[in-house]
Design a binder for this molecule. Structure first.
Ligand SMILES: [Zn+2]
Length: 392
């Protein structure tokens, strides 16, 4: 039996939490699951629990000593010798501090992404969605930017090893997808594409247009760094122009997309000024490209997104609505359309949310302040996008 789309959720991924005050909060998953259930788009029985991934898959990407460090630092009382080592493995920073159960929680995330890849590549499902995935900043030898194991890179590497497929990785997080990019920088069979706020002002400080890949992989890395205060129209123009061209030129067998939703104006960690419209539009573009170029093979993962209440649930629910061809998705795609969020979801969560929850799926941006230098920003983004794809 071939399912059109599968939703993958490992309960253990909820334990991926650095500390109570950390912006990377498992509430993101709970609120989104609940929203999807409230609109009748996902029942508890529709969630597939992934089989645990073989630990040897970590070695596709990560160095043995790093894996050992993660395991050691996962214990409730790590050996002081390992605690001394934590810093050089990137696990003692404010962003990515080690925590008890870290290895198991990060493995739960890896399991979901590898399972998604297998579902799609084996033909059991055409599309797969794993919201807890997308930890794109982890490096072979160190954790970084809230990411311990790079589940996306591991899943891609697994696809390469096991199925020999050409992979297009599309990263729409506001932060550059550095860990995935550098992993496949020399590889002509994996194209990594990232649209993000320019590294001039934002972590991780890379993702410039001139990072195009190396050796045989030259041309198989594409970066579209946009300006701070970029708004919907300009972001979408840059995204659509570049990803259409890159996909057509690269001819992938599968698309792996990362759906960090931190380019939203409400997000506390970035300076772009987009609304929910881009999170309705980008999955639709990716979905269409998959049917045009990869026979429909598409797996999607989550990623960043730090306005846990107002932004992430809507943005990540929209990916699944698009993937499953839910009627709500088609209705919201019409220009100027909008619809109320389910009353049950709003009433359940509004008392807990620190900010007033949005009433509708899309944002009413008519009363948002206009960004200064809009024309200048749009023109700069246009030039950057042309430069990014000039060799494609
Ligand atoms: Zn991010």
């Amino acid at each position: 039996m071939t399912a059109n789309a599968v939703f993958i959720h490992h309960p253990g991924a909820a334990r991926y939490q650095f500390n109570v005050d950390h912006p990377f909060h498992p509430h993101r998953l709970t609120l989104t699951l609940d929203l999807l259930e409230a609109v009748g788009a996902l029942g508890t029985e529709d969630r597939m629990v992934p089989e645990p991934a073989d630990e040897s898959l970590l070695s596709l990407i990560h160095r043995e000593d790093y894996i050992e460090a993660v395991k050691q630092l996962s214990s409730v009382k790590p050996d002081p010798e390992w605690v001394l080592q934590a810093e050089r493995y990137g696990l003692r920073s404010e962003d990515t501090p080690f925590f008890p159960g870290m290895h198991e929680a990060a493995m739960a995330v890896v399991s979901g992404s590898v399972y998604a890849a297998d579902q799609v590549m084996s033909g059991k499902a055409l599309h797969a969605y794993h919201m807890a995935g997308g930890l794109h900043h982890a490096f072979p030898d160190r954790g970084s930017g809230f990411c311990v194991y790079n589940d996306a890179a591991i899943a891609i590497s697994h696809i390469r090893e096991h199925y020999g497929a050409r992979v297009l990785y599309i990263d729409t997080d506001v932060h550059h997808g550095d860990g995935v990019q550098w992993t496949f920088y020399n590889d002509p069979e994996v194209c990594t594409y990232s649209i993000h706020e320019t590294g001039k002002f934002l972590f991780p400080g890379t993702g410039y247009v001139y990072e195009r890949g190396n050796e045989l992989g030259r041309g198989a890395t594409v970066n579209v760094p946009v300006e701070p205060y970029t708004e919907d129209d300009s972001w979408l123009e840059s995204f659509q122009t570049s990803i259409e061209k890159v996909t057509a030129a690269f001819k992938p067998d599968i698309i792996v997309s990362q759906h960090g939703c931190d380019a939203h104006a409400y997000d506390p960690l970035s300076h772009t000024h987009c609304s929910m419209r881009i999170y309705q539009a980008m999955p639709a573009i990716i979905h269409r490209l998959a049917h045009q170029h990869t026979g429909g093979r598409w797996m999607a993962v989550g990623g960043g997104g730090y306005d846990v209440w107002r932004v992430v649930p809507r943005a990540w629910a929209l990916v699944w609505l698009e993937m499953t061809g839910h009627p709500l998705s088609a209705r919201l795609a019409v220009e100027g359309a909008n619809e109320a969020l389910p009353e049950s979801w709003l009433s359940h969560w509004s008392s807990l949310s620190p900010d007033e929850l949005p009433a509708c799926w899309l944002d009413d941006t008519s009363n948002w302040p206009a960004m200064p230098r809009r024309t200048e920003i749009e023109e700069k983004n246009r030039q950057t996008t042309l430069l990014a794809i000039q060799e494609h």
